[in-house]
Ligand binder design. Structure first.
Ligand SMILES: Nc1ncnc2c1ncn2[C@@H]1O[C@H](COP(=O)(O)OP(=O)(O)OP(=O)(O)O)[C@@H](O)[C@H]1O
Ligand SMILES: Cc1ncsc1CCO
Ligand SMILES: [Mg+2]
Length: 261
């Protein structure tokens, strides 16, 4: 496993352009989170431009939080462009078990070989076809309960699967890692999971996908821990979290990461 601080340093020096097709809820906070971390986000989804832009991007994220048919078509176009250009892309199957529309759209995107799938435990279970609808965009299952589903999805997709929650679980189907960083205030703010997809995507550029995903999760969780020391509740937590992403330096990440491989 590469030094986690070095991985953060690499991401900041690259300052990668990341194309995000995300949901209406996440768009603003996700862009701010990514800018604070040192990446360069762009949020766009029109079918008329999505292929052209995806071809320019260094990484792509696709999130089905607020889908519609036109967006879904744009998502498939962007994923195919990513594959044609060997550009890494991250898939977030938001609430994929909740409705028939999502249960149909999720597997269509899964079939396009995402480099990383990142979701909460209920989403990973639902995408793997092991049931559980979750509670809308929130999880009702434990990360532990989703470990086997994550391994299956990794084998099926050929990519990395990250299940987030109190302790995050990452696997490529064979290797696994647990990341204990994080704070219980994080799920009290909407779209911090969605925003994390952009951070993972930024870390993927020019780095080993498994190591990059682990480093991104540890960085994100550690920033959450630091933010909690200044927050009085969810609203001030969000502000402190964005500041912590900006302030956290590589040496502090290497020292503060709680990763078990
Ligand atoms: N109870 C918790 N304690 C510590 N960290 C947590 C907890 N729950 C979530 N996190 C952290 O919050 C971040 C977002 O993960 P989460 O699983 O909440 O995503 P999500 O459910 O997809 O969120 P959203 O859909 O609102 O964007 C991750 O870094 C994760 O480690
Ligand atoms: C709350 C919510 N609803 C649809 S997407 C989203 C953001 C968290 O996934
Ligand atoms: Mg989510």
């Amino acid at each position: 496993m590469e030094d986690l601080g070095q991985s953060l340093d690499h991401m900041r020096h690259t300052a990668p352009l990341v194309h995000n097709i995300t949901n209406y809820v996440a768009m603003n906070v996700m862009a701010n989170v990514m800018l604070a971390a040192g990446a360069s986000p762009a949020m766009l989804h029109a079918r008329e431009e999505v292929e052209e832009f995806a071809a320019l991007a260094q990484a792509i994220t696709i999130n089905i939080g607020t889908p519609s048919p036109a967006w879904a078509e744009a998502m498939e176009m962007a994923a195919k462009t990513a594959n044609a250009h060997k550009t890494p892309w991250v898939f977030d199957p938001v609430a994929v078990g909740a409705t028939a529309y999502r249960r149909e759209l999720g597997p269509r995107l899964l079939a396009l070989s995402p480099s990383v799938i990142r979701g909460n435990a209920s989403e990973i279970l639902a995408l793997a076809g092991v049931g559980t609808a979750g509670k809308g965009a929130d999880a009702t299952d434990s990360v532990d309960a989703a470990q086997n589903a994550a391994r299956d999805l990794a084998h099926q997709s050929g990519g990395i699967v990250a299940v987030t929650g109190p302790v995050d679980f990452v696997t490529d189907g064979d290797r696994t890692a647990l990341i204990a960083n994080g704070h219980e205030m994080m799920p009290r703010i909407t779209a911090l999971g969605c925003s994390l997809n952009g951070i993972i995507a930024a870390f993927l550029v020019g780095q080993d996908p498994f190591d990059a995903t682990v480093a991104a999760l540890a960085y994100y969780g550690l920033a959450g821990e630091q933010a909690s020391q200044k927050a009085e509740g969810p609203a001030s937590f969000q502000t402190a979290f964005i500041d912590a992403l900006y302030q956290l330096d590589p040496a502090a990440l290497t020292q503060g990461a709680r990763v078990t491989v």
